[in-house]
Design a protein around this ligand. Structure first.
Ligand code: XMP
Length: 510
């Protein structure tokens, strides 16, 4: 049997987290829609199956379900939240709407020994998020934990190797969550730790060599962590047969084009083709104010420019990550929407049909790509670069984009970032940048009335960009940045600091 834990997704916002937590135990795990069918599961032959939570109620008539036969395969099963309720219902238990929707922290008490709770504290904090509860367990199942508001917080059926928990072990707030998942993966499913980035890298290089040796291969680079790691990996396997294409869209930061080219060519030894398309992009963005329009124009223009640089090549390597793949296949209940990712445009789909697309990272999470980058000796200053959005400064010049505005913003952003680096705060925040506001404000500079531009500074702390807090930077640092901006950029007479978190605000202003 393969050393894999299979996750059947019922649409929980936490499904990705389950996969990440299992992989943190160095065991491979993959997410599939709940309805992949028993034949596919048999083919995968996982060591264990986890049923995720989900937004549906097992009480509704079109609730997502699975075949009872899956429980008879002899593969251990862990049902989380919806997975617990569904299993209880399938085996003849009673599930009811709870009086209170239980959301947030709760304390559970273990009432019976179970392998799933091996070496777990008798009382611990867990994270709950459910509207339905199991009222009566099915025959053959025993209660193993309860809480003040929920009698059946966890249960097991030892002979069938089925374990059920109402709470979310994958969420960081569940104190013993990691231990519980580790018990399921190792003690119950008997999986081995064979998933690590050293093996991944070795296999991927071997695969690329076998598939692409002597062929012409292209990929796109931006200077960010993912694409740089991809380019270094491909170069390691195929040498100068790989051409990395770097497009300057005119929306990069001060001297970023030179810096990225220097990093890629001189420091990492890559074969880079540089396309300066800044004039084309800026012409298309003239007088465009709407952020979504800006994004669409930039996306479309990028594809055009990128493909014009692609002549007679055999394979295109893309940096698609696992979350993009999950996003495209995910279960979203009745109103299923499939995001059109830029890696899935018409041209790509055509090449895909021809078997000319390779996506080495399509089963990796971002933190795993960082581990690969470390193994490839990519220097820390590249590895620790803050994320930078594809549309670049276009979404940081609010409103109309002009060369003048871009230049003011570039100077302000550079000052802010330099000061963060000088004081050691760059690595302490997740992302930081300046924003150009399309308003003018009155000031007094020297003895004269000034009517100048406003720059907003934004710095946030975050784990994944999904939620964020504004960073509490020292006042003296903000003061130094503001003073430098006013002194060094004559068009600016006011600097403000953004103190909104996400939600309600987004990280970018547009
Ligand atoms: P928001 O503004 O949505 O940003 O809170 C979350 C993260 O995503 C980045 N971002 C983008 N990245 N294309 C990208 O490649 C985009 O259109 C885009 N919009 C936002 C943002 O910088 C932050 O890291």
């Amino acid at each position: 049997m393969k050393e894999e834990i299979l996750i059947l997704d019922f649409g929980s916002q936490y499904t990705q987290l389950i996969a990440r937590r299992v992989r943190e135990l160095d065991v491979y795990s993959e997410i599939y829609p709940y309805d992949i069918g028993i034949e596919k599961i048999k083919e995968i032959a996982p060591k264990g199956i986890i049923l995720s939570g989900g937004p549906s109620s097992v009480l509704s008539k079109d609730a997502p379900t699975i075949s009872r036969e899956i429980y008879e395969l002899g593969i251990p099963i862990l049902g989380i939240c919806y997975g617990m309720q569904l299993t209880s219902k399938i085996f003849g238990g009673i599930v009811e709407k709870s009086v209170y929707r239980e959301y947030g922290k709760s304390v559970i008490k273990i009432v019976k020994d179970s392998p799933i709770f091996s070496e777990v504290k008798n009382e611990s904090i867990v994270w709950m998020s459910h509207g339905d509860s199991v009222l009566k367990l099915p025959e053959g199942f025993e209660k193993i934990a309860s809480s003040k508001d929920c009698e059946f917080v966890a249960a097991h059926n030892l002979s069938k190797q089925i374990y059920l928990v109402q709470f979310h072990p994958e969420v960081i707030h569940t104190e013993e969550g990691k231990k519980i998942l580790s018990n399921f993966v190792f003690k119950i499913s008997k999986a081995q730790s064979t998933w690590n980035m050293e093996n991944f890298l070795e296999n991927e290089i071997k695969y690329l060599k076998e598939k692409c040796s002597g062929k012409k291969v292209v990929l796109g680079v931006s200077g960010g962590v993912d694409s740089t790691t991809l380019a270094v990996l491909a170069h390691k396997a195929l040498g100068d047969n790989v051409v990395s294409i770097f497009v300057n869209n005119g929306l990069l930061r001060l001297d970023e084009d030179k810096e990225v080219l220097h990093n890629l060519r001189e420091r990492l030894g890559l074969n880079v083709k540089y396309i300066d398309a800044s004039k084309i992009f800026l012409a298309k963005l003239k007088r465009i104010v709407c952020p979504e329009k800006k994004r669409k124009i930039i996306g479309k223009t990028f594809i055009k420019v990128f493909y014009s640089g692609l002549k007679d090549f055999d394979y295109l390597i893309q940096g698609t990550l696992y979350p993009d793949v999950i996003e495209s296949n995910s279960v979203k209940g009745p109103s299923q929407t499939i995001k059109t990712h830029h890696n899935r445009v018409k041209e790509i789909l055509k090449m895909e049909k021809q078997g000319r697309i390779i996506e080495p990272f399509k089963f990796l999470f971002k933190d795993e790509v960082r581990k690969v980058a470390k193994l490839l000796d990519i220097p820390d200053d590249i590895l620790n670069r803050h994320p930078f959005p594809g549309p670049g400064l276009a979404v940081r010049v609010i409103g109309d984009i002009t060369e003048d505005r871009l230049n003011i913003l570039r100077k302000a952003d550079k000052i802010f970032i330099d000061e963060l680096k000088r004081t050691g705060f760059y690595d302490k925040v997740w992302q930081a940048f300046a924003v150009f506001l399309p308003v003018k404000s009155v000031g007094v500079m020297g003895d004269e009335r000034a009517y100048g531009n406003v720059i907003a500074l934004r710095a946030i702390t975050s784990l994944d960009g999904m939620t964020a807090n504004w960073a509490e930077l020292p006042h003296s640092l903000l003061d130094d940045v503001a003073n430098r901006i006013i002194r060094e950029i004559k068009e600016v007479n006011r600097v403000v600091y953004d103190i909104t978190s996400k939600p309600p605000a987004t990280i970018e202003w547009e």
